[in-house]
Every structure is written in C-alpha cells, then in structure tokens.
Ligand binder design. Sequence first.
Ligand SMILES: [Zn+2]
Length: 251
Amino acid sequence: MLKTDTILVLARSRQGEADGIARVLAESGESFEVRVHGIFASRNRSSLIIEPAAKVRLVYYERDKISSAKEGQLLERYEDIKANYRLWQLAAYYLELTALAARQGPAPELFVLLEGVLQTLRGSEWAAGSLNTFYQIRILHLLGILGATDACNQCGCELRAYDTALWNFPEMHFNCPDCADVTHRRDALAAAWIHKAATRRYGRFHAGLMAATAEDDRKYLDERLHDVLTYFHGRPFISARGLYAEKSTLH
Ligand SMILES: [Zn+2]
C-alpha cells in the first residue's frame, strides 16, 4: 500500500553497493525500516533524506518487513547541529535513545519529544547536563520503567516531601525512609527532579534544576540515569561513548 508520512530518521545503514536502509520514526510514534533504492549510487542530494535526524515527507510502499521508499522531500536537515561536533554527539545519543523507546511499540509523544529536543539544541536555553537528564527521564518514562515518584514503592505511603524519598538504585523505585535500603542525599534529590522532569516542559525543568542544585549533584543524577538506561539496554550506547565514562557503576 502506498503511504505518505512525515518521519524523522533515527539511523541508517547501507545495503549492498547502492541501497540504503533507514530506521525511521513516524508522527504516529511508529518506527519502521524503509529501503531507499540506489541512493548511494546517485550523485545528487537524494542521500540527504536518510541522514540521521533528517525530517522527511516520505512516500513509500508499506511492506511487512522493510518498506520501500518511492520518494521523499527533505523538510529539515539540522545542518547547524551537524556542523557542531558537540551538538551532533548529543543529538546522536537522543536518536539512539528514541530508537530504543520506539522498539517497545508506538508512542505518539515520541516524535514531538525528539523534535523538541533537536530544536532545543539549536537555541541557547539549555545545558548539556540538564537536557540529557530531561531526555533520559522522558525515555525511561516512555519505556515504562520509571516507577511512581509520589508514593513509596514498598508500603504505598504518600511521598509528600520528595526530599525524603529515596531512590533504590538501579530500579527506578522510590521508597520512604522507613522502607529504603540505603540513605543517600543525592538519590533523595533525584526523586524530586525525576518527578519534575516527567511532568514539566524542558524550559521550566531546566531553570529549576540549575537554580536549585549543585553541579556535582546534577552530574551524579545524569550519570545514574545513563547507567539505568544502559542496564536496560543491555549494552553501551554507541553514541554515548564520548558523553559518559566507559565503565558503568552497575557492571
Ligand atoms: Zn515505605
């Protein structure tokens, strides 16, 4: 069946001499693979439509395994992000996280979330730590492994003051002080910020986080979130090599 969708390219690979296969995310939140015939053989700009992060109006034949592209119109290339190594490194990590979340099934908010984070990277109202923290929490939330942040996972008591909730690492569970195995000030801080990131827009989350936390605590939270995602993923994220220390604290 011939279909038209607006898609974001999450990853691409080469098949044979000339064909390319792109893993894409449609606006519906569905993720699928599409083959683009002869794309590496032609010398025109057509190969741009399967560049990672590209936003494309794609006309394709829907197939069971790998769909087949008929034509595509490049809507956005994020050239400015690609021209900056640091930004591109972050974007590549967000694409890989998005692909992980998309594999669990269609999530319509995923497209909006990814496009929002790419747009944010272009502006000046962000910091690498807080944007990573925000996106990692949202992905954990979509993956369904982010536990309730307002009730104790053990006894169910209400965690009214988030500063008394304790994160039972590596599970994303929050316990009251009576039920928690360990007491750690930074993990208590995490419960409050994880709750905020899951429920607020990035701008508000960022402003609050920067004003209320020390750099060390922000770094700690961001790295622990990365550890939990890596643990869930089962292997390191290729794109995160330059962003986080090689060795996870969980392995
Ligand atoms: Zn409890």
